[in-house]
Design a protein around this ligand. Sequence first.
Ligand code: HPA
Length: 246
Amino acid sequence: MLAIVGGSGLTQLASLDVTRREVVRTPYGEPSGALTFGRICEQDVVFMARHGYGHTIPPHLVNYRANMWALKHVGAEGVISVASVGGIRPDFGPGTLLVPDQILDYTWGRESTYFDGGDRPVRHVDFTHPYDEKLRKRLLAAGKAVGEALFDGGTYATTQGPRLETAAEIDRFERDGADVVGMTGMPEASLARELDLPYAAINVVANFGAGRASSEHGISFDSIELVLQESMTRVRVLLNGLCGRK
Ligand code: HPA
């Protein structure tokens, strides 16, 4: 069974043939919401809305530990994260879809490990390649199958939020090697790794990063909403492209 974690603009999956919903309790507190189980043509899927179904949970308050634990607990064998981002690379304009392959982490104060002094011996998980390559390839193949252009690779900078960045911060992220910036990539990805859950992401560029191109004088929320509406329709089609492939 595949898990899909939907971010801003993707709080439900119309193509999901829903069979049941389940509220999962975890040793780490409440997940973002009930899990929705169903099928996307033959493929068992469990869906979770990262920010809650009413989009009320900001990125720094998402209970990433509970979310990943709950998905593992119900038998997910892989997690696909859908997350909106700001584009830093000049060719990553609004509407670009990419499957990133690296991460930078600028977040702070988030519960970011399951090894926090409890009764489990500490494991320093390898995180050289933060995304699961097989799952990445599967997403790229799904893109090909439905004729959706997906950029292969990119470095995702995770910022604390919920505010957007300053122009100087975007410049700094670029100097560090970032191609896109978002608020939820970490610690979600490393927690999945701690649970041995293969994890990959589809990033949806909602806007240029602060100070860049159309965001030179500021970022308009109305235009983000429009881009996300249109792009998430494409993401839904793309997820249908996962059909029939294990
Ligand atoms: N910055 C951080 N996160 C984002 C952005 C951004 O510009 N756009 C969408 N998510």
